[in-house]
Design a protein around this ligand. Structure first.
Ligand SMILES: Cc1cc2nc3c(=O)[nH]c(=O)nc-3n(C[C@H](O)[C@H](O)[C@H](O)COP(=O)(O)OP(=O)(O)OC[C@H]3O[C@@H](n4cnc5c(N)ncnc54)[C@H](O)[C@@H]3O)c2cc1C
Length: 505
């Protein structure tokens, strides 16, 4: 008898991770991907001599020191090229002239905050103390070691015991969203700084965690862009004997007697398998492809009540100039706004790809300006291609004008202009509302398990950003691992990683 066969839909990081762990566990796998390349949202594209990175901003786990690194080795991404982040971001409030670097050096960051916002001494001291405390722990695998579905009371007790030093930072008021937390902050600029460090909906403990990774020098940038990360996973998957069929859009999941038995492609060709794993948009699979037959109250509640992350519109420029003194990411609270989707936006995020030679020829730089925006506007606009292109052109012009005031000379040195809208992200990956990270990370989402199996449907699993309460590189890689842990458990098999055998339950 041959090996059991798994069909995986989607070669994003979630699908690739599933494939890697499935191959490690003796399954035969084929991934069907609609695009000609791997990576999904972890995408880059060439414009003349410039490499535009439209994906991952930063990540944790890229070097030895945290438990997460072992998982990076398992999926092969320890071979990607990284640059450590020394400054998480620069925050500039143009109205007051205040400028703060969110530095890996917590002493410096602490004294800068106290100097600039003396009225908020108490909250600043507590914020830094918690960040510092967390940076002495390793929480990189907390809640990820095993799929939640397999965790029993004794496993939770063990998990809590092993992470007891970090746990005190994740209880009570620490799980309040940052938007609530800042109500106690007196200075409005410090308020804004906290709000835009990540997303206002995340618990404040999440900010401490992110900054604690920065302080441990455990936050990295991809020196060759997001595609390098995806390609390292693809290499690992192919080395293990996995197969990928590109330009193959799945339109149907075949079900017989409430059991997934294969898939149908856009050209009507059918492929059979023993198991099917979906690593694509959750709503499309559950409610369109499977007609909403295999759901329950919990799933319906998630898909009807949880919001998705607001998408970006991203303006990238190839500029014949160097920006050696700029940090890789700057948040502006700007005095003049840019019009996006008929709204005046004054929170503006800029990335300078000046940390590696792989994005632009010598002496030149890619600058990317990201604006959070709404989905509906772009989706409706795209019906009129002429108008859509004209809005993109106008946005690029306004962005350049805005940049020129802050970085004189840019206007005359632009060699490449590229605008990616929420529609672009949707068209490329088919993620609901162009959501680049799945569900909006809220305290509610953080404490809810999103199931990777659908009720009533056998031999079917879900991986990727819609199978976790929050997307992002780390959760998505674990989602693939969890699916194969669950599958091995359901099959009564032992789960193996890198030749180390671990019980799946
Ligand atoms: C601009 C940006 C910045 C980000 N920054 C960070 C960051 O700093 N840190 C971090 O951790 N995360 C970040 N993320 C999020 C992270 O990249 C994603 O959460 C993660 O890559 C999602 O992977 P996935 O496999 O779940 O989904 P996807 O990447 O969407 O992969 C799904 C794949 O399935 C394919 N597909 C869809 N439908 C079909 C079909 N019917 N048939 C066949 N194939 C199909 C798609 O083409 C795609 O390749 C960022 C994302 C973006 C876009």
């Amino acid at each position: 008898m041959g090996k059991p066969k798994i069909i995986i839909i989607g070669a994003g990081l979630g699908g690739l991770s599933t494939g890697i762990y499935a191959q490690l566990n003796g399954y035969e796998t084929v991934i069907y991907e609609k695009n000609p390349v791997p990576g999904g949202l972890a995408a880059c594209w060439k414009r003349k001599d410039y490499l535009i990175d439209g994906g991952i901003h930063f990540l944790t786990g890229h070097k030895p020191g945290l438990n997460l690194y072992r998982v990076f080795e398992e999926v092969g991404v320890h071979k990607a090229e990284y640059v450590d982040i020394e400054t998480y971001a620069r925050y500039i409030d143009e109205r007051s002239g205040i400028k703060v670097d969110i530095s890996a050096d917590l002493d410096k960051f602490h004294s800068d905050l106290l100097r600039l916002f003396p009225d908020d001494q108490r909250i600043i001291n507590k914020f830094i103390k918690s960040t510092r405390g967390m940076s002495k722990t390793d929480i990189s695998e907390f809640g990820f070691k095993e799929p939640m579905e397999l965790m029993k009371t004794k496993d939770w007790i063990k998990e809590f015991w092993q992470n007891r030093k970090a746990l005190k930072y994740f209880i009570g008021k620490s799980m309040k969203p940052v938007s609530e937390y800042v109500k106690k902050v007196k200075n409005p600029i410090l308020k804004e700084l906290f709000l835009y460090m990540f997303l206002p909906t995340v618990p404040v403990a999440f900010l401490w965690m992110v900054l604690s990774f920065v302080a441990q020098n455990q936050m990295g940038l991809l020196a060759k862009g997001s595609i390098d990360f995806a390609q390292k996973m693809e290499d690992r998957y192919l080395e293990l004997g996995g197969k990928i069929e590109y330009k193959s859009k799945v339109t149907d999941i075949l079900v017989e007697d409430d059991t997934a038995v294969g898939i149908k492609l856009e050209d009507s060709i059918v492929h059979n398998s023993d198991f099917v794993v979906s690593a694509i948009d959750g709503r499309t699979v559950i409610y369109d492809i499977l007609d909403g037959v295999y759901t329950n109250e919990k799933i319906n509640k998630i898909y009807s009540e949880w919001k998705t992350v607001d998408p970006f519109v991203s303006v990238s420029l190839g500029v014949d100039m160097e920006f050696k003194d700029e940090v890789w990411m700057t948040f502006f609270k700007s005095t003049d706004s840019v019009t996006i989707a008929e709204e005046e936006i004054d929170n503006i995020m800029i990335r300078f790809f000046n940390y590696s030679p792989h994005f632009a020829p010598k002496g030149k730089t890619v600058i990317q300006v990201d604006f959070e925006t709404e989905w509906e506007y772009w989706f409706v606009l795209r019906d009129d291609m002429k108008e859509y292109n004209s809005v993109k052109k106008k946005l690029a012009e306004e962005t350049i004008e805005w940049l020129e005031k802050r970085y004189p000379g840019i206007n005359n040195n632009i060699e490449v202009i590229d605008v990616a809208t929420p529609y672009t992200y949707w068209r490329y990956t088919l993620n609901e509302r162009g959501a680049y990270m799945g569900f909006l990370p809220t305290s509610d989402a953080f404490t809810t398990t999103v199931e990777k199996r659908l009720p009533g449907l056998k031999n079917f699993y879900m991986a990727g950003q819609w199978s976790m309460s929050m997307g992002g590189v780390q959760p998505v890689i674990y989602s693939g691992k969890h699916v194969i842990q669950l599958l091995c458990h359901d099959e009564g098999k032992e789960f193996v990683t890198n030749n180390r055998v671990r019980r799946s339950n």
